[in-house]
Design a protein around this ligand. Sequence first.
Ligand SMILES: NC(=O)c1ccc[n+]([C@@H]2O[C@H](COP(=O)([O-])OP(=O)(O)OC[C@H]3O[C@@H](n4cnc5c(N)ncnc54)[C@H](O)[C@@H]3O)[C@@H](O)[C@H]2O)c1
Length: 383
Amino acid sequence: MRIVVTGSAGRLGRSVVQGLVASGHEVVGADRAASGIRSVDERAIDLLDAAAVAGLFDEVRPDAVVHLAAISVPFSAPELDILSTNTALGYTVAAAAAAAGVGRTLVASSPTVLGYGRPGWRPTALPLDEREPVQPANAYALSKTVLEEEVRMFARTSAGVFTSFRPCYVISPEEWAGAPTQQGHTVLERLRDPALAAVSLFNYVDARDAADFVEAWLAADPAAVDGECFFVGAADALAVEPVAALWRRYVPALGDAADGIGAGQPVFSVAKAERLLGWRPTRSWRDLVPGGVDAVAAPPAAHAPATAASTATASSAASAPVTAASTASAATPAAPANAAAPVAPRGTAASTTSAPAPATPVTAPSTTTPATPTPAPQIERVP
Ligand SMILES: NC(=O)c1ccc[n+]([C@@H]2O[C@H](COP(=O)([O-])OP(=O)(O)OC[C@H]3O[C@@H](n4cnc5c(N)ncnc54)[C@H](O)[C@@H]3O)[C@@H](O)[C@H]2O)c1
């Protein structure tokens, strides 16, 4: 297939184009920046320029478009800039694809649409899946929510297939090797201090697994994916200890149902992608961090619950603001704002939709109460 990948020079884009090229596709990367990947035909383009995007699609005549370009880190720019840029990028690319008669368009959204960094947020059921209500709580998450709606609109109104996906915290091959992740700290640091991964509910995905998802989507029955949205995450959590052993200290909002998340299991389910696309992640941090689990032997201080300040320091986005809520929460170590509330395991009567249960439903929630709950970090800067 001939495929245009926007954001091809980015953390995820580089793995997606390399995966597609390796599978024999003809790939054109579209980005303001250059990826430096020799085997890819790259075009320097401002994707906010609708005429330029239309011109590119007219020239390339792609069978598929994978739209990844975005301001990809929450709070890395003024909120209005993030909202307007990401929604305009998504609309410009999707509208051009619809007008050019592109057969398939895939758009990157984000798990943050669920709003899990917000004080007071509670899951309706665990593991989290595509049935969980969308409740964006910052401009980045709102922009992704709009993008998902844009996708549904074009799915409804045009001939092509339009799909969105929510990649978890993307880790690229060079980041496994020690390069800083998008939050500025390394994977090893993220594993050594659970507070760092707690803000994304310990989610992650290897960039090559996400690339494999793109391939599975390209091959999928159009009727199965048109207008749909998929979580794309690893099959395990980015943590040495099970989520069941961590949530009270780091994410009390998850509630007792998190006790049912088994050792190694993630908070996010990718059962829908497996069911409809036959895709499943195959890469685990345990095999990819040099030295594996043994290398994560954390110094004692690293296991102390993080404060907002310590989490902010770890971020590359030094200017990322701490929300008023997060500051208040950090300064008030009594009952956490996101204190545990009863949450049903997915697939019980609490779930009101008829969609199938995930492949690995959790067991009934425990009634154990945390002895001394500590406020979870309330900074939401993770896409
Ligand atoms: N990295 C993650 O953990 C993560 C998680 C969830 C969702 N996402 C989403 O996945 C997508 C890819 O993420 P990433 O980490 O690779 O991002 P990235 O920031 O590494 O790459 C984004 C790319 O988009 C390009 N771009 C931005 N605006 C552009 C414009 N106007 N014209 C041309 N190019 C432009 C940038 O040059 C950059 O190369 C994004 O949409 C992001 O929001 C990422």
